[in-house]
Design a protein around this ligand. Structure first.
Ligand SMILES: O=P(O)(O)OC[C@H]1O[C@H](OP(=O)(O)OP(=O)(O)O)[C@H](O)[C@@H]1O
Ligand code: HPA
Ligand SMILES: [Mg+2]
Length: 167
């Protein structure tokens, strides 16, 4: 995907994100139990911390993926670090009993690649867009495909011009 036509903005505050990640944990509590959490860096690190705390999961792994280079600009997807065999060995073979957490699914490209690494794992995101939704087992809020979600770690307080256009 070269340049995505993201016309709508969906800003999320820390407070809102915490509430939504906790709502995800409530939903996942019914889908578990999970032996470990694999977070998709970097965006998955924040919800993974919240979910792991709520579900009392202490075994945390990362899968490091690079994909987007700016708002709506998706480049070549690269897996910089895979998943340790310690997470998928024995009764967890194939990802059984493993929970993958990411902040959102958009086109589904990242989720597809991570799922291939551990196909039996449960994939959870806080937000989902229609194209990626079929790849996620559990999510909380769906936004339209032409919406760009602005996360609190990517934003700060700034002046907003009034609707009437003047100063
Ligand atoms: O469904 P997709 O179209 O693949 O997009 C979703 C992925 O894109 C974002 O990560 P990004 O590549 O921006 O890296 P980051 O998590 O380090 O910000 C987001 O955190 C998801 O991992
Ligand atoms: O809507 C989004 N917001 C932030 N990062 C993203 N990466 C893919 N889609 C998005
Ligand atoms: Mg990401």
């Amino acid at each position: 995907m070269a340049e995505a036509p993201s016309q709508k903005h969906f800003p999320v505050s820390w407070d809102q994100f915490h509430r939504d990640a906790r709502a995800l944990a409530w939903r996942l509590a019914a889908a578990g139990p999970f032996d470990s959490v694999v977070c998709v860096t970097r965006g998955g690190l924040v919800p993974a911390a919240i979910v792991a705390r709520e579900l009392n999961v202490r075994m945390i792994e990362t899968v490091c993926v690079e994909s987007y280079t700016g708002i709506g600009r998706q480049g070549e997807l690269r897996v910089l670090k895979g998943i340790s065999e310690a997470i998928t060995s024995g009764s967890n073979a194939g990802g059984q009993g493993v929970l993958i957490v990411d902040d959102l699914v958009d086109t589904g490209k990242t989720a597809r690649v991570v799922r291939e690494l551990i196909p039996k794992a449960h994939f959870a995101t806080v937000y989902a867009k229609p194209m990626g939704r079929p790849l996620v087992d559990t999510f909380i809020t769906e936004v339209s495909q032409d919406t760009w979600i602005f996360f609190p770690w990517d934003t700060g307080l700034a002046f907003v011009p009034p609707i009437h256009g003047g100063a």
